[in-house]
Design a protein around this ligand. Structure first.
Ligand code: ADP
Ligand code: X2W
Length: 295
């Protein structure tokens, strides 16, 4: 057999092996959080878009929620502001909120929509203000210095409710929703919401089969930098307590746990810097990253 014949055979074998996964997830909703840190290289972004289109074409309903923390930081720098985070949340004054809406609702959202469409999908970009589908209120965080007290970090939102009808309508017409994590308050004010929290809540409300969080680490790492392939709720509590989990990983794990407790079948934190990480996770039995379970 020639080399080209054997490599064609290998390819056919891999395609055939995807069949049980395609059958299992056909018609199911897969919520994908695309982190700002995973959107680093052009070829990876193209690969991500192709993977999403493929999932849709084989009958799944991918719903994309994107972040854009590093992209917001870049724009803040340009206008002479320094980004500040408290407990993984960006302190958001009115000027920062304008930048967040411009970057997340504008450039990052449209960039992803355009990429997916160029690869043959029908993506539609939304923020939670469209159809007022993500209602939010001001989030307060615990004051580290004064026990029992809470502080404001500006226009940072926590989700009050999500109306899934706009998303299901788009799904039913073969569109791929691409959502920027911006919510609307009762007086029409904008809220900057951490994208992991939006992804977790949407996965719950849409009764998703899977929640996949694409980020810039191989998964959740222990104190020695080793990948933790599976995490139970109890183990997560221990990792929170001993400080192994910090910064941007805090909201990720928090929302992953919430989602699995509320019925999402599985949640995975995976490395978006690996080519075709999405396909590896969904269509092969090669487990990648960290699986969070409700045990
Ligand atoms: N235990 C941990 N394992 C892996 N990453 C961690 C851990 N604790 C904190 N982190 C940090 O969380 C980051 C991922 O969160 P974040 O920067 O918000 O990414 P994203 O833009 O994908 O949401 C990692 O790059 C790492 O610096
Ligand atoms: C309140 C809050 O922190 N909002 C985030 C929203 C974007 C985000 O979550 O982006 P990543 O997923 O790339 O981290 C922010 O302003 O950076």
């Amino acid at each position: 057999m020639s080399i080209s014949q054997s490599s064609a055979r290998d390819k056919a074998k891999i395609l055939a092996e995807a069949l049980p996964y395609i059958q299992r997830f056909h018609g199911k909703t897969i919520v994908v959080k695309y982190g700002g840190n995973a959107m680093v290289e052009e070829n990876l972004k193209q690969g991500f878009a192709r993977d999403v289109v493929l999932l849709k074409l084989v009958g799944m309903n991918p719903v994309i929620i994107h972040g854009g923390g590093p992209q917001i930081d870049l724009m803040l720098k340009r206008v002479g502001k320094q980004g500040e985070f408290i407990q993984g949340m960006r302190v958001t004054d009115a000027e920062t909120m304008d930048v967040v809406e411009m970057v997340l609702g504008g450039s990052v959202n449209k960039d992803i929509v355009n990429l997916i469409n160029r690869h043959g999908g029908k993506a539609v970009g939304l923020t939670g203000k469209d159809g007022a589908f993500i209602r939010a209120k001001k989030m307060l965080v615990k004051d580290r210095d004064k026990i029992g007290e809470w502080i404001s970090i500006g226009q940072v939102g926590e989700i009050e409710s999500v109306d899934p009808s706009l998303i299901t309508l788009l799904d039913s017409q073969d569109f791929i929703p691409v959502i920027a994590p911006i919510g609307v308050g009762e007086n029409g004010e904008s809220y900057n919401i951490n994208a992991d929290l939006v992804a977790g809540k949407l996965a719950e409300i849409l009764r998703a089969e899977k929640l996949i969080l694409l980020t810039n680490t191989p998964g959740v790492l222990d104190k020695n930098g080793q990948l933790l392939t599976g995490l139970s709720a109890q183990r997560v509590d221990e990792l929170f307590a001993d400080g192994t989990i910090s910064g941007g990983m805090l909201p990720k794990i928090g929302s992953a746990l919430d989602a699995v407790k509320k019925g999402v079948k599985s949640c995975h934190i995976i490395d978006g810097r690996v080519e075709h990480a999405l396909l590896l996770e969904i269509l092969t039995d090669q487990g990648v990253g960290t699986l969070i379970r409700d045990l």
